[in-house]
Design a protein around this ligand. Structure first.
Ligand code: ZN
Ligand code: MN
Length: 484
């Protein structure tokens, strides 16, 4: 029998605030000694009082607005989510449950050129827990706890169960991460744990409207792992249903190295957490004007920008996708096109040369030495024939490293293209008389001999000759020889 997969995603994104959610400790705790970025509040000592990080609320509202949610106005409060676990010293997590930042939004995703809206159920803020390190040294099994992460601001984004395939789930996560990066509220780094995904999956016979039992998958640390884990879970549940069994509602962990999931626990119901409003924090009062102000700070979103790059600049969708992956790249492109209005040529240089150099150097676009104006200047030199493409590539590499202008580099290294016919004719004559075999080949109709001869002239001029002109001069001379 065929089954339909019903997939929903929960994402916990760490917000890029300076301090933690409810205390003044720094939220940058990576690379710090264990248990050094802590205070009585985030250690959950008795008698302390939390205060709300305004920036964290701001960032989560911006996210809700960017996801087209209905942002909550008026009173917004925090709830206690009660459970005991060693990584949670207070035995409750300050989170949101009955009141959230926003509800009922959507995110547009694309799989194989087909667009689909994935519903967003809600966006809420909460605090992170401590980190546990389980050690198993033979007889000696123990767990270390690092409280640095305790109290770091998290935003939870819960989708509706609108995805139907692992590919859709992956596309949703990629698009969501891109959006968070665009509005600059989270680094979205999966491996560093600042973008954690959980998937819930159930199957139902095709055509049925009833929902089956859900299984929640945790511990997926790459987009690839998300796709594999969901695929594996679909196969597992299908086999159970085919055999007439029932899927147990539970939480499983993905073991990437084993390529399978492992049961973790039987999933709690919401009422097991005994949610109630956090008595240590007064409700926030969110005004419409503040929401409007936040909305005005949201930049053009990735899919909108991509569509605009296709329609305004006439770029192929593939180029537009690459250029809008990172807003800093998109900005670099647009600034360059303003000064050199050949969009496709600019795109080719960015996607080709710039990305190649960035890959090699491991640098970020935000920290580039070369400016969009400098690239525009280089492209103008190519267009005017002052330098040829291969020289331009070498010059660009030098610009990338030093931040110096193309004019400066070219003047200094004597790289100006030789387009002077008299000067080139001498070289052409020399090359023709030094390579009688190639000449004979060409005259016998082996046109590839021409490429060899062009190469010889380029070599002789240390790459500075105008290749089109060289080819023309060579053909003129060869044709004249053929007629003799
Ligand atoms: Zn603290
Ligand atoms: Mn949560």
């Amino acid at each position: 029998m065929g089954y339909e997969a019903i997939i929903g995603m929960e994402v916990h994104a760490q917000l890029s605030t300076k301090s933690k959610m409810f205390c003044g400790c720094s939220s940058r705790t990576i690379d710090q000694g264990a248990n050094t970025v802590v205070c009585p509040i985030c250690l959950g000592m008795p008698g302390v009082l939390p205060t709300v990080n305004r920036r964290a609320v701001e960032y989560s509202y911006m996210t809700a607005l960017a996801l087209d949610c209905k942002a909550t106005e008026g009173r917004v409060w925090f709830d206690r989510k009660n459970y005991f676990y060693p990584d949670l010293p207070k035995s409750y997590q300050i989170s949101q449950h009955s009141s959230v930042v926003g509800r009922d939004g959507h995110l547009l995703v694309e799989v194989d050129g087909v667009r689909k809206e994935i519903g967003i159920s809600d966006v809420h803020v909460e605090e992170d827990t401590a980190r546990l390190y389980h050690r198993d040294e033979g007889e000696d099994r123990y767990t270390l706890i690092d409280f640095n992460r305790s109290g770091v601001p998290l935003m939870e984004i819960v989708s509706k169960p609108d995805m139907r395939s692992p590919m859709e789930a992956k596309a949703y996560l990629r698009q969501l991460r891109k959006l968070l990066r665009y509005i600059d509220v989270s680094t979205g780094d999966l491996e560093a744990g600042s973008f954690r995904c959980e998937a819930n999956i159930s199957l139902r016979p095709e055509g049925s409207e009833e929902l089956g039992n859900r299984v929640e998958i945790k511990n997926m640390n790459t987009f690839q792992a998300v796709e594999h884990a969901i695929m594996t879970e679909i196969v597992r549940q299908s086999a159970i249903l085919d055999a007439g069994g029932m899927v147990v509602q539970q939480t499983v962990g993905w073991r990437d190295e084993l390529g399978r999931t492992e049961p973790q626990r039987i999933k709690e119901e919401a009422h097991d957490y005994r949610y109630f409003p956090e008595p240590d924090l007064p409700p926030l009062v969110i005004t419409r004007s503040w929401i409007d102000e936040l909305r005005s700070r949201i930049p053009e979103l990735p899919i909108v920008k991509r569509d605009r790059f296709v329609s305004d600049y006439g770029l192929p969708p593939y180029d537009a996708e690459l250029l809008t992956e990172d807003p800093a790249v998109a900005e670099f492109f647009e600034e360059c096109v303003r000064q050199f209005p050949e969009a496709k040529a600019v795109s080719n240089w960015i996607v080709g040369e710039l990305f190649r150099l960035l890959n090699v150097s491991g640098g970020a676009v935000g920290a580039l030495r070369v400016s969009p104006g400098q690239l525009a200047e280089l492209l103008k030199l190519v267009e005017s024939g002052k330098i040829n493409i291969s020289t331009a590539k070498a010059v660009f590499e030098e610009m990338f490293e030093s931040g110096r202008s193309a004019e400066e580099i070219i003047a200094e290294s004597d790289l100006i293209q030789i387009s002077d016919a008299d000067e080139l004719s001498d070289v052409v004559d020399r090359v023709l008389s030094a390579n009688p075999d190639a000449v004979a080949d060409y005259l016998e109709g082996k046109t590839e001999a021409l490429r060899f001869l062009v190469g010889q002239v380029m070599k002789d001029t240390r790459g500075k000759a105008n290749p089109q002109m060289v080819a023309r001069l060579l053909m003129d001379s060869l044709d004249a020889m053929g007629q003799e």
